[in-house]
Design a protein around this ligand. Structure first.
Ligand code: AMP
Ligand code: ZN
Length: 136
């Protein structure tokens, strides 16, 4: 299914031009228009899935294989020394376009970016409680 008003549906299916790095029948990989670093790319499925929760299991596996392939290209061609994969789900988590996408962010010395979180203190009891909530 494709959604009429979804910008990434339109880009992925070629209705809106993009700087395409890779394309096959299921995916398009494009350069991000607001890049964190040189080569910041997005993997877009051509079908519309809002987020990870909607993504079929098989497609999820294919996304990771494609990310690995693109990562290799970034290393060989751009000479990046590190790389972040980022994938936001839900507004609270920073998602702004509600069509599943995986960010591929090549990293370079002194690129001025910081992708991360602020670690909190946690007790063993809290960890045990959370573990039981998830797995119990
Ligand atoms: P997220 O915050 O994870 O939803 O990421 C959305 C990303 O899409 C941002 O990094 C934007 O810079 C990027 N973006 C939004 N519109 C476009 C577009 N038309 N072409 C390429 N990238 C886009
Ligand atoms: Zn879409």
């Amino acid at each position: 299914m494709r959604e009429e008003n979804c910008i990434f549906c339109r880009i992925a299916n070629g209705e809106i031009p993009s700087k395409t790095l890779y394309e096959d029948e299921k995916f398009r990989v494009i350069l991000d228009l607001g890049p964190a670093t040189n080569g910041h790319a997005l993997i877009l499925p051509k079908e519309h899935y809002a987020d990870l929760f909607e993504l079929p299991k098989e497609t999820a596996g294919e996304v990771m294989q494609l990310a690995q392939r693109m990562a290799g290209l970034m290393k060989d061609r751009l000479g990046c020394e590190g790389l972040n994969l980022v994938q936001n789900n839900g507004e609270l988590a920073g998602q702004t376009v509600f069509h599943f996408h995986m960010h591929i962010i090549p990293r370079y010395p002194a690129d001025g970016q910081k992708i991360g979180w602020k670690p909190r203190e946690v007790s063993q009891e809290e960890l045990e409680d959370i573990k039981n909530k998830i797995t119990g």
